[in-house]
Design a protein around this ligand. Structure first.
Ligand SMILES: Nc1ncnc2c1ncn2[C@@H]1O[C@H](COP(=O)(O)OS(=O)(=O)O)[C@@H](OP(=O)(O)O)[C@H]1O
Ligand SMILES: Nc1ncnc2c1ncn2[C@@H]1O[C@H](COP(=O)(O)OP(=O)(O)O)[C@@H](O)[C@H]1O
Length: 206
């Protein structure tokens, strides 16, 4: 947990409440957290889900590893410390999205269980839904797909500390949603998530 350095700072409350925003949006702000190996399908599933939600008048916003690392987190690499800081910052951003009434789709390898649990706590302590989605396929399958050619480079020693090759991935023990992407179609994966969101009553407000 990064220490608070600035002192004498306090959260400033507005007059429009979280519930007001949710009513305006006709949905409940929440965070879906996609975790899995590179090439497991995190981005593919979140893009398809965003499309389906949009078609149904629901607003989601994707926070994606590569995109975030080109901007807000461009000063971070892939050491364990930097991955932890990457996830910490994204967790805070996702929480702001949840507060705004938007459903954020956060797709990061997020290899460390403790880092994901920290983001979960951040959300749940503030009363936000945090839905961990384990995007699961074997290393062999991810390597066979190799959509960006990164496994090939990692095997050739051109990328160091590559998750699954010479860096760890700690699988979720109790994710809300478990997608086995070598056995399910993309459509089944999206349906599974939509059903879960409906069960949690996140796609409507009373
Ligand atoms: N060493 C190493 N290990 C893993 N991944 C690497 C590495 N170097 C670059 N990349 C590319 O960066 C993407 C992963 O970034 P993340 O922010 O999701 O990583 S992490 O959560 O901080 O572990 C990852 O994206 P995805 O393939 O979409 O997972 C890769 O494109
Ligand atoms: N059932 C499936 N779900 C998701 N992706 C799949 C599936 N079957 C095959 N794929 C392919 O696997 C690759 C996953 O890549 P990507 O979504 O970029 O993964 P990640 O974001 O986890 O790195 C894509 O080329 C996608 O077409």
């Amino acid at each position: 947990m990064t220490q608070q350095i600035a002192t004498n700072v306090h959260w400033h409350h507005g007059e429009v409440t979280r519930e007001d925003r949710n009513r305006l949006m006709g949905q409940k702000g929440a965070t879906l957290w996609f975790t899995g190996l590179s090439g497991s399908g995190k981005s593919t599933v979140s893009v398809a889900l965003e499309n389906t939600l949009f078609e149904h008048g629901k607003l989601a916003y994707r926070l994606d590893g590569d995109n975030i690392r080109l901007g807000i987190n461009k000063n971070l690499g892939f050491s364990a410390e930097d991955r932890t800081e990457n996830i910490r910052r994204i967790g805070e951003v996702a929480k702001l999205f949840a507060d705004s009434g938007i459903i954020s789709l956060s797709s990061f390898i997020s290899p460390y269980r403790a880092d994901r649990d920290q983001v979960r706590k951040l959300h749940e302590d503030a009363g936000f839904d945090f839905i961990e989605v384990f995007v699961d396929c074997s290393l062999a399958e991810a390597e066979k797909r190799d959509p960006k050619g990164l496994y090939k480079k990692a095997r050739a020693g051109e990328i160091k500390n590559f998750t699954g090759i010479d860096d760890p991935y700690e699988a979720p023990e109790n994710p809300e949603i478990h997608l086995r992407t070598a056995e399910m179609t993309l459509e089944q994966e999206v349906d599974t998530i939509i059903e879960f969101l409906k069960t949690r009553k996140l796609l409507a407000v009373d």
